[in-house]
Design a protein around this ligand. Structure first.
Ligand code: SF4
Length: 421
């Protein structure tokens, strides 16, 4: 077992470890007493694939267990022995898991594991969740903190890079760990992010910075936080008058859709406007369970957007991206970003060329609805922020005419204007 795993393991009831004592004081500040969270989430459909998996690998468990997000966390796969029960690991996967040199712990919820248990080692979800030896090869330009977030952090758990918005790193726990995670140097490793004292420092900082109008809560995955603590976090932000919008960056609707309970949604609705940035990777993630979770959020009035990391051999072709973007729109999730994969240590096998990303955008723009075309960006190493990239559509100038290339490659002239009086 990787030594990091002990730091991120949930307790026996599936709760993510939190510094409970520190919260006793804070909860007194929540104005209204909250109804107890139901132990078991609502009755909901289980897809045939998941049902078969449940019966095969958890014969003692009920459908209610399966639909209980804490049961999912508690029964996650996080060891070589666990995984060997559901898939035939390749030699490269076995060696990586035995080597223990990989950066992130292994963790996959039973639900998400049901999507990779087909013994196809080209399965996109498997490639994103199971370490291979390639992860242990460090290539030039790779860094632990490629985005330079540490140097843009005025207090622990805040990153303040852009003028009017901040990133709030609320937890270091995820219910499933993506092998290409930008914050692999932090998630599952840095227990400081569980400390309410640090949250309070962030609230104090934000109170003193009226220019901040937008807070993106991320981590780790904020929706793995217990509901009462999550409400404390969001309510505390809402008490700061200049904070206009809150965004939740999460992969939970995809890896743990059982977490999107009515109780959670009712709680979040009290603090609108809240936007969701959902981390989708592949069309195979759009299962009935995930669609139901997103529908529940959309029906409750939360604007939903997607962010997708461009990954070699997983989603780096036009058709896969088009299928994903169309599926997202059908699910009422607006495709927002395609990210160039960040150069974290051991990521070369995931990273494509920038040319590939531009080729995908070129293959979407004009060929499908503009709503289905996200921004393609590089979050540049060294802390320069997101830089949007577009194929070259301006190809030259003839006098006052701009020469523009359309999506079919045909050239058109546009009579341009001079600026000024
Ligand atoms: S869900 Fe996000 S924070 Fe968690 S491992 Fe994946 S990319 Fe990293």
């Amino acid at each position: 077992m990787n030594s990091n795993q002990a730091a991120e393991s949930p307790s026996s009831d599936g709760e993510v470890p939190l510094q409970q004592a520190a919260f006793v004081h804070s909860l007194k500040k929540v104005k209204k007493p909250l109804p107890a969270s139901p132990k078991i989430s609502e009755i909901r459909a289980i897809s045939k694939n998941s049902l078969n998996f449940l019966r095969k690998y958890f014969p003692e468990a009920s459908s209610q267990d399966w639909n209980n997000w804490k049961w999912q966390v508690r029964n996650s796969f996080h060891s070589f022995e666990d995984l060997s029960k559901i898939i035939n690991l390749t030699d490269l996967e076995k060696d990586a898991i035995r080597d223990h040199g990989y950066h992130l712990p292994l963790r996959v919820t039973p639900y998400y594991a049901s999507l990779l248990a087909d013994n196809d080692d080209h399965n996109a979800i498997r490639k994103s969740m199971i370490p291979t030896m390639a992860e242990l090869t460090i290539s030039p330009g790779e860094k632990e903190d490629p985005l330079g977030e540490e140097s843009a952090s005025p207090v622990p758990c805040l990153v303040h890079r852009y003028p009017d918005r901040v990133l709030f790193l609320a937890t270091n726990f995820c219910s499933a760990y993506c092998r290409y995670c930008t914050r692999s140097h932090k998630v599952a490793k840095d227990p400081q992010h569980y400390d309410l004292g640090h949250w309070n420092q962030a609230f104090d900082y934000l109170s003193l910075h009226p220019e901040v109008r937008d807070v993106i809560i991320s981590g780790g995955d904020p929706l793995t936080i217990n509901e009462i603590h999550l409400e404390h976090l969001i309510a505390s932000l809402r008490r700061i008058p200049h904070i206009e919008i809150i965004r939740l960056g999460t992969k939970v609707p995809i890896v743990l859709p059982q977490r999107i309970t009515r109780s959670l949604v009712q709680m979040l609705k009290r603090y609108q406007p809240i936007y969701f940035s959902i981390h989708f990777m592949h069309p195979s993630e759009l299962t009935p369970e995930t669609v139901e979770a997103c529908t529940r959020l959309a029906d409750s009035g939360f604007p939903l957007g997607s962010q997708t990391v461009l990954l070699k051999g997983i989603n780096d072709n036009i058709q896969t991206m088009k299928d994903l973007m169309h599926g997202l729109l059908r699910t009422r999730v607006k495709p927002y970003y395609i990210y160039q994969c960040d150069p974290i240590p051991g990521s070369a096998h995931f990273r494509t060329s920038v040319r590939k990303g531009l080729e995908i955008i070129k293959g979407l723009r004009g060929f499908t609805s503009g709503y289905a075309v996200p921004h393609y960006v590089i979050d540049v190493p060294g802390g320069g922020g997101k830089i949007p990239l577009l194929p070259d559509y301006i190809v030259g100038k003839e006098g006052n005419y701009l020469l523009l290339r359309n999506y079919q490659g045909r050239i058109f002239k546009y009579p341009d204007m001079e600026d000024g009086s």
